[in-house]
Write a protein that binds this ligand. Structure first.
Ligand SMILES: NC(=O)NCCC(=O)O
Ligand SMILES: [Zn+2]
Ligand SMILES: [Zn+2]
Length: 472
């Protein structure tokens, strides 16, 4: 099976140039001018950008949360991801205290095995550290290729871990070459403020934001960064929303700590006022950490541009408005947290970022694909277009204008958080390992075609670009 993508503009995190791309089987074989091969199918990309498939480092498919389960599973969620130009997701595998890590991973394999239409991998939640966990972790890193662990500093009495657990996870990760991820909010402070608000009779969605102040995110981010320095380890802060957290990350980085940060499109284009929509509509905009006051958006864009934040995750965590979000109709603390974004992540970044002059085209590719591939042990198999890389490729029309809506999106959820938003640009054709998943804006992939990816151990040198590497 051979294809030549012709006449397009190839965009990577490093370069933008006109070239043809020859794909043989599942890999990029060569890149050059006027390539020809009589056996190859010609794919015309005239007027299009051709960039590496998006790597979304933050999804929650079919995840139990708040007494319900996220609506998109590995089938609907990866189909939507592919429509949106993403060809790899890394999903969070939740663990249960007292149960083996292996059993949690097996559960996640069962959810995804026959369903995913694009490639995928797992991060592993660490909720406790004990002898059993310490014994299992090296085996899991080796056998499952899971090289990133997630610790929640919030969601008290549910997922929240204490500082000892975080610190010991950081030490263990350092020892075995893994990256520790944190949901950084001070869960104890939030618990107190939530109880107080409810006692005072405040039940509306806006109180979700008011009881999770940005200072509580900044404090937890700074604490996690300091513990990382103390452990001489490595940290990735998920879904950064605010100035206080960005400042802590920048401060840690200025001291030479290995700390990276992710933000999400929702924090770049939506703000706290959405939670005040009438008729409980504000529940559609309940994320943790919450949407912030508008000025934080400029701080986040600036941090992406200046390199203090390095990736964009969708935090795909979709719940229907009817039947799921309304579990919190009389109590904001019962509204399932999260929203649908896996399909719109790349387009929002292109339209609001590149088109509006906030980031360059190459920075865009770095943010939606390359950096996550590097940080999470997938580069250069994923995250770039180069000879030997997987042929995960997006052919993207940079000119088309469209309006985002629940009526046209492919996520399995009854609303769009971006209803009516106009964006410029759309993926037209998406290849996963050389095969069409989206062809001329139609899904032509197959559930089960997506492969589970074992990832390499954390490699800080890829970040500082000191090292040459082999295609694997
Ligand atoms: N972010 C959110 O509100 N829901 C998903 C779970 C998490 O990432 O904290
Ligand atoms: Zn989180
Ligand atoms: Zn999340």
């Amino acid at each position: 099976m051979k294809k030549i993508i012709k006449n397009g503009t190839v965009v990577t995190a490093a370069d933008t140039y006109h070239a043809d791309i020859l794909i043989e089987n599942d890999k990029v074989k060569s890149i050059g001018g006027n390539l020809s091969d009589s056996d190859a199918e010609i794919v015309d990309a005239k007027g299009m950008y051709v960039f590496p498939g998006g790597v979304d480092p933050h999804t929650h498919m079919e995840m139990p949360f708040g007494g319900t389960v996220t609506k998109d599973d590995f089938e609907t969620g990866t189909i939507a991801a592919a429509y949106g130009g993403t060809t790899t997701i890394i999903d969070f595998c939740l663990t249960d205290k007292g149960k083996s890590l292996k059993s949690a991973i097996e559960k996640w394999h069962k959810k995804s095995n026959d369903k995913a239409v694009i490639d995928y991998s797992f991060h592993l939640m660490i909720g406790e550290i004990n002898d059993k966990v310490l014994e299992e972790l090296p085996v899991i890193i080796k056998e499952e290729g899971i090289t990133s662990f997630k610790v929640f500093m919030a969601y008290k009495n549910v997922f929240q871990a204490d500082d000892e657990t975080l610190f010991r996870t950081l030490i263990t990760a350092k020892e075995h070459g893994a990256l520790v991820m944190v949901h950084a909010e001070n869960g104890d402070v939030i618990e107190h403020l939530t109880k107080k608000a409810l006692e005072e009779g405040h039940t509306e969605p806006i109180y979700h934001a008011l009881t999770r102040p940005s200072e509580a995110e900044g404090e937890a981010t700074g604490r996690a960064a300091k513990l990382t320095g103390l452990a001489n380890s490595q940290l990735y802060v998920v879904h950064v929303t605010c100035q206080e957290a960005v400042e802590q990350i920048a401060n840690a980085r200025s001291k030479g700590y290995q700390v990276w940060g992710e933000t999400c499109p929702q924090y770049l284009v939506l703000d706290q006022s959405y939670l005040e929509k009438p008729n409980f509509e504000g529940a559609k905009y309940v994320w943790s950490p919450p949407l912030r006051e508008k000025f934080h958006q400029d701080v986040l864009w600036h941090a992406l541009k200046s390199g203090q934040l390095q990736t964009i995750g969708s935090d795909q965590c979709s719940f229907d408005f009817k039947g799921q979000k309304d579990l919190g109709k009389d109590d904001f603390s019962k509204i399932p947290n999260g929203g649908p974004f896996v399909e719109d992540r790349v387009s929002v970044l292109f339209s609001e970022g590149v088109k509006k002059g906030r980031i360059t085209l190459n920075e865009f590719v770095d943010l939606v694909s390359t950096r996550a591939a590097k940080l999470f042990g997938l580069f250069p198999k994923k995250g770039t277009i180069a000879p030997g890389s997987d042929a995960d490729i997006v052919i993207f029309d940079p000119k088309v204008e469209r309006t985002l809506s629940v009526n046209t999106h492919h996520m399995n959820v009854d609303y769009s958080a971006l209803e009516g938003m106009k964006v410029t640009g759309e993926p037209v054709t998406v290849l996963s390992r050389g095969e069409y998943v989206i062809r001329d804006k139609q899904f032509v992939g197959k559930p089960g075609k997506g492969k589970y990816l074992k990832r390499a151990r954390f490699n800080a040198d890829l970040e500082t670009k000191k090292q040459t590497f082999d295609i694997f």
